[in-house]
Design a protein. Structure first.
Lengths: 114, 111
């Protein structure tokens, strides 16, 4: 199993550009989520999904969109990048919402917005 | 008040020392308590989790929860240079979407 994979590893965007961060898992997990990690802030939940076709907002959803058309994939879209979105983004998955104590994280995407 | 407070460190100790990492939390409804290890430029990796007060051991690692004080700890015995990483506590209400993380403590074990 590859586990949770994320692409790209690094990205530099200009303010106002849009892009999609990719996340995929091969563990047949129902629950997937996106976090951002900033210095001194820990990890904060952006959006999550409890299954294909079902998504909801987390703690810091503004400026981001998600969709879940398959169990395996959960892309995160930045609509119009802002410098405040400079961060490290992690995708995570777990068997279900009721097993989120066992979340598996991807390697992260380092995003810089200039 | 933050839901989870964790001393960010950094913490530097000699090889072989016992390390104690701590978090406090404010919401008594939290049920699950996790510790993640994060190596530099990598994703967090689940070390262990527990849902009851008391101790849980896994090799050199012991997780301790005191629900009456809202205090959780991770102890590392016989620390090794390979334990150098950032350690994050996280807490959860089962079935809730929100896994709440502490800020992380950066730990360095010196040979």
């Amino acid at each position: 199993n590859a586990g949770v994979t994320q692409t790209p590893k690094f990205q530099v965007l200009k303010t106002g550009q849009s892009m999609t961060l990719q996340c995929a898992q091969d563990m047949n997990h129902e629950y997937m989520s996106w976090y951002r990690q900033d210095p001194g802030m820990g990890l904060r939940l952006i959006h999550y999904s409890v299954g294909a076709g079902i998504t909801d907002q987390g703690e810091v959803p503004n400026g981001y969109n998600v969709s879940r058309s398959t169990t395996e994939d959960f892309p995160l879209r930045l609509l119009s990048a802002a410098p405040s979105q400079t961060s490290v983004y992690f995708c995570a998955s777990s068997y279900s919402l009721w097993r989120t104590e066992e979340q598996y994280f991807g390697p992260g995407t380092r995003l810089t917005v200039t | 008040q933050k839901e989870v407070e964790q001393d960010p460190g950094p913490l530097s100790v000699p090889e072989g020392a016992i390390v104690s990492l701590n978090c406090t939390y404010s919401n008594s409804a939290f049920q699950y308590f996790m510790w993640y290890r994060q190596y530099s430029r990598k994703g967090p990796e689940l070390l262990m989790y527990t849902y009851s007060s008391g101790n849980k051991e896994d090799g050199r690692f012991t997780a301790q929860v005191d629900k009456s004080s809202k205090y959780i700890s991770l102890f590392i015995r016989d620390s090794q240079p390979s334990d150098s990483a950032t350690y994050l506590c996280a807490i959860l209400i089962q079935g809730a979407q929100k896994l709440v993380f502490g800020q992380g403590t950066r730990l360095t074990i010196n040979p």
